[in-house]
Design a protein around this ligand. Structure first.
Ligand code: ADP
Ligand code: MG
Length: 715
């Protein structure tokens, strides 16, 4: 939702050009007839100060007052609005002492009843023969459709219910009422009539069948029909996406103009040599993605590829493949030197794990794998950096900060960024050094729905690993309420005794001192309670990386049965023998996080088991219930997006997109595809957007994205 201190996102209205028309949209709301100072002050809480702000404050939803439902359409609990004539109204007192007003309506062939409790004053407002529309959720009460506390609209005697009655419902802030917002918006619409500047060329509006800006504003706030709501939304969504796509195109073309990348050709021999290194066959999905990457790297322009794959889908193998392609390729035909590759992980733990995997895989190959993490001595680090600069270190593994900050490469050919799960156009910290720009591969297990990926990463190519390695089974996931807890631990003990290893995850918000105390006490109570017969280890974010690594190693080697851990294990830890997980206080985790956690026990051939412990037995909990219901990461990501609003996922700051638009994207991916195509078209014809008809659009794009994407002045 819009917050007052956030720079509101504006469409078509944002550029302070000194024309009378725009000045008019800058008019402060208190100056509009009927708004007044007191109301205007309240509206500031919603960030609404000017006419422009009010126009851009889009409804959250609409209430159907069309009376469009027929008696026979009514369904238990489903919102409906129905028109009828009052045939009877009466108030009586119930046993409980409450009063009940009951109004009977004749609605075509049938009858419905509307009831209000303890609102006797309502009775005056109904008289026999009045025509009304009521809206609400009906329920069948002893054979009669009953609406409890419906909304009512009284129709004039001559008036028919008609399809235009869709009432906008706005996001609110404390102390601000719907009626305040509706009034301000209506006044703003009147004020702006005839002076709204249009950003899209006439020709485009016609060709694409988009509503002109003024009509779009009117229809989004006061729809003349249900169909027009969709038409108005489409116009706004389309414009926003077109602008973003154009901005991303400009950004990308600048990058590509600026620097060339080394062409790293993967021929059949190199491909075979690389694959022979792996102890397994690539899945068809992995083969396809490797092919996409090889094609990119073979070109002399920098690869910009996002690899999405659910937890455990085998992204590491892809990264290794790409890195080996780089280190297997000579810098030039007559030079003995080869390209280098770097992989950056979000945590030290993960970097060390990658280092281990790579070292094992490359033993005896002559490729040097260098580690660059926080726990090293200054001397170790200096030596590593020297080898990187000299080009003898073929593959460099490290945390993002260190690799990006400390190292200069001799011939960097490829950068892999692993487990990137904070999104935003700026998150791709590319290592740009020397004349050539390396190829970049970003990997993520937070599956963003494809439509969103395209919208936000218009300049990235996307590969998807949509098939797990063979033999994987979905993790059996249970919700464990307080009444089930004893039985659950009993079950866990049996599985552990049978030779499984497992995790118990405890929440920790910031791994602060207080969290630490609660983690320790959780550990104590497990070690002295349900799990006392087993060997327990503890890892959390406050441990030194070396200590963490040592505990992990013991767990990996089977010297520990159970790892009690905070979400430090969330990302990427790979211990195939660990197959049972208990998540304590599951309500306190986000949906994506829960899914990541569960991924830890989906690594081997044995089916993983996961218990999500909740503090209530059966109260509905949207996140936990969704988590238990499916193991499909993409489905969960969409669900998550709907539950949280996409602001979180995309990083509201970076994207600046109001929830309405992205929520729509989920429902309607076709607009994304359309905007993407049109942007490409437009850009190819007119890369500087020099056409005078595009002037306003170009200004808007620069104003909106220029700084974020470093577009500077164009044309
Ligand atoms: P993620 O995508 O979560 O990073 P990993 O790359 O860590 O997943 O892979 C998960 C596990 O699957 C690892 O143990 C890896 O060795 C194994 N694996 C990956 N690809 C295959 C394959 N094609 N066949 C068998 N096992 C595979
Ligand atoms: Mg991984």
């Amino acid at each position: 939702m819009f917050r007052p201190n956030r720079r509101p996102y504006t469409l078509g209205m944002d550029v302070p050009t000194p024309t009378v028309r725009d000045a008019s949209l800058a008019t402060r709301l208190e100056r509009l007839p009927g708004v007044g100072t007191a109301r205007a002050e309240k509206l500031v809480k919603l960030g609404l100060v000017t006419v422009r702000d009010a126009l851009m404050h889009f409804p959250r939803e609409y209430r159907d007052f069309s009376g469009a439902h027929a008696f026979t359409d009514l369904r238990e609990g489903e919102h409906a609005s129905i028109a009828g004539e009052v045939i009877d109204a009466g108030t009586r007192t119930l046993y409980s002492g409450r009063t009940m007003l009951s109004v009977s309506l004749a609605c075509g062939a049938g009858r419905v009843r509307a009831v209000w409790f303890n609102m006797p004053f309502m009775a005056k407002r109904f008289a026999k023969g009045m025509k009304v529309v009521i809206a609400g959720q009906p329920r069948l009460a002893s054979g009669v459709w009953e609406f409890a506390h419906p909304e009512v609209r009284w129709l004039a005697a001559s008036e028919q219910a008609h399809a235009s009655d869709w009432l906008a419902v706005y996001p609110l802030a404390e102390g601000v009422q719907q009626s305040h917002v509706r009034l301000a918006v209506a006044a703003a619409l009147d004020h702006a009539a005839g002076v709204c500047p249009e950003a899209l060329p006439e020709e485009m509006l016609t060709a694409k069948g988009l509503l002109p800006i003024e009509r779009a504003f009117r229809e989004i706030h006061c729809p003349s029909s249900h169909a027009m709501i969709a038409a108005a939304r489409r116009r706004f969504v389309y414009q926003e996406l077109l602008m973003l796509q154009l901005a991303l195109r400009m950004h990308r073309s600048r990058q590509q103009q600026a620097k060339a990348a080394p062409a790293i050709a993967v021929d059949a021999r190199l491909d075979a040599r690389i694959r022979a290194r792996f102890p397994f066959q690539f899945t068809p999905a992995q083969q396809r993605v490797c092919g996409e990457i090889a094609a990119d790297m073979g070109r002399a322009e920098p690869m910009n590829r996002l690899l999405q794959g659910d937890v455990g889908s085998g992204k590491t193998a892809i990264a290794v493949y790409a890195m080996l392609a780089a280190v297997g390729t000579r810098v030039s035909p007559d030079s003995p030197e080869r390209f280098q590759a770097a992989i950056m992980a979000p945590t030290e733990l993960l970097a060390r794990q990658h280092h281990q995997t790579l070292s094992r895989l490359l033993a005896g190959s002559g490729v040097e794998v260098e580690l660059l993490v926080g726990g090293q001595t200054a001397k170790q680090r200096e030596a590593a950096i020297a080898r990187i600069a000299a080009g003898t270190a073929g593959i460099v593994v490290g945390t993002q900060a260190l690799v990006a900050g400390a190292a200069e490469f001799k011939h960097l050919g490829l950068v892999v960024i692993d487990e990137q799960h904070r999104f935003g156009v700026l998150q791709r910290a590319v290592l740009q050094q020397g004349q050539a720009e390396p190829h970049t591969l970003v990997m993520t297990a937070t599956p963003i729905p494809r439509t969103i990926a395209h919208a936000v990463y218009g300049d990235l190519d996307v590969s998807v690993l949509d098939e797990p390695p063979p033999g994987r089974q979905p993790v059996a996931t249970y919700r464990v309420g307080p009444d089930d807890l004893d039985r659950w631990w009993e079950f866990v003990r049996k599985k552990l005794a049978g030779g499984r290893r497992g995790y118990v995850v405890v929440p920790a918000v910031e791994e602060s001192k207080r969290d630490l105390a609660s983690i320790s006490s959780a550990y104590e109570s497990l070690a002295n309670g349900p799990l006392e017969a087993f060997r327990l280890g503890l890892v959390h974010g406050r441990l030194k990386a070396k200590e963490k690594a040592a505990v992990m190693e013991d767990f990996r080697a089977g010297k520990l049965d159970v790892l009690v851990a905070t979400s430090v294990i969330e990302v990427g830890i790979d211990v195939p023998e660990a197959t049972i997980m208990t998540i304590l206080d599951a309500e306190s985790f986000g949906l994506a996080q829960l899914h990541q956690l569960r991924g830890r026990v989906a690594r081997g051939a044995t089916q993983g088991i996961c218990g999500a412990v909740t503090s209530s037995q059966a109260d509905p909990h949207p996140r936990v219930d969704a988590f238990v219901a499916t193991t499909d990461g993409f489905q969960l990501a969409e669900k998550d997006l709907l539950l949280r609003g996409p602001g979180d996922l995309v990083g509201t700051k970076q994207s600046g997109m109001p929830p309405l638009y992205l929520a729509d994207l989920l429902r309607d991916g076709t607009v994304v595809a359309e905007a993407r195509r049109d942007a490409l078209d437009l850009f190819q014809r007119d890369p500087d957007l020099a056409d005078p008809a595009l002037e306003r659009l170009r200004k808007l794009i620069l104003d909106r994205w220029g700084e974020t994407l470093g577009l500077g002045k164009i044309g």
